[in-house]
Design a protein around this ligand. Structure first.
Ligand code: FPP
Length: 257
């Protein structure tokens, strides 16, 4: 199928939660003889396209991996630019986010984030908290392992205070200690830029996610590419550990053994 054709998406069977690892900004810029930061700037336009398209289609939750816990180790000017882009995104998109009834949540550790970005993001999270048409989760200073460690620490703290019994620790309890508390599990994980790995993104939540890898570099990622990923997702059979026969029986409304 040609990349720019319009893949068929069944709007009645959308993934409830789409996550995106937006990779390839640096290579995109280098290929044009430009600084990596230019790639991030153009990548921010792709962010806007994808948020709008998901909202239009009716995707319930979209999580964007904007900056990982490990990205703090990047060159200082690149980190600064990424923080500026996030700030600009919040300021420029604020109106549209509210008009389109989008709830913004943050996943990650805000302590290291510059105060202006932190305050703006907190303000948007607060202002949009009652919006219901879509949730946009910004994973910023986020790491999947860090999130699991934090959850374990919180649960251990409650146990130490006698407020949690070991036997009461189950999946629901651990899930509720994650940043993503209340959000659906990840259904579709898209990674652009040609690498085929998860890179510490939503480790707990992606247990049964369908993975979609594309060589398209993030600044080039268009709505047609998003539709292609969702159309591909809709062709997969998700078994959640069961057999095909069991799923067939379930669909036919019979009990399975
Ligand atoms: C990975 O590409 C991308 C990032 C670390 C940052 C993603 C940020 C944006 C798309 C812009 C700002 C975000 C928002 C939400 C407004 P890379 O630099 O690792 O690319 P490379 O693999 O080609 O080097």
């Amino acid at each position: 199928m040609a990349r720019r054709s319009r893949p068929r998406v069944d709007l009645a069977r959308l993934p409830a939660h789409v996550g995106v690892i937006m990779d390839g900004n640096g290579r995109w810029a280098k290929a044009r003889g430009r600084e990596r930061t230019y790639g991030h700037r153009v990548g921010a336009r792709a962010v806007r396209r994808v948020v709008r398209a998901c909202r239009r289609m009716g995707v319930q939750t979209l999580t964007l991996f904007a900056f990982s816990a490990q990205n703090w180790g990047r060159p200082e000017d690149e980190v600064r630019l990424l923080m500026e882009l996030l700030y600009e995104f919040i300021v420029q998109e604020w109106r549209e986010i509210m008009d389109r009834d989008i709830r913004v949540v943050h996943l990650g550790e805000l302590r290291r984030v510059p105060a202006e970005v932190r305050d703006k993001l907190r303000a948007l999270v607060q202002a949009s908290r009652h919006n219901r048409s879509m949730t946009l989760a910004l994973a910023l200073s986020y790491g999947g392992r860090e999130e699991i460690v934090r959850a374990a620490r919180r649960l251990a703290g409650r146990a130490a205070l006698g407020r949690l019994r070991a036997q009461a620790v189950d999946e629901a309890c651990v899930g509720a200690a994650m940043y993503t508390r209340g959000l659906p599990d990840l259904d579709l994980l898209i990674r652009t830029g040609g690498e085929r790995r998860i890179s510490n993104f939503l480790l707990w939540q992606s247990a049964y996610a369908e993975l979609f890898f594309t060589d398209v570099l993030w600044p080039d990622f268009k709505v047609a590419d998003l539709r292609a990923a969702i159309a591909d997702f809709q062709e997969r059979r998700r078994r959640f550990g069961l057999t095909d026969e069991q799923l067939d029986a379930r669909r036919a409304g019979r009990a399975w053994s």
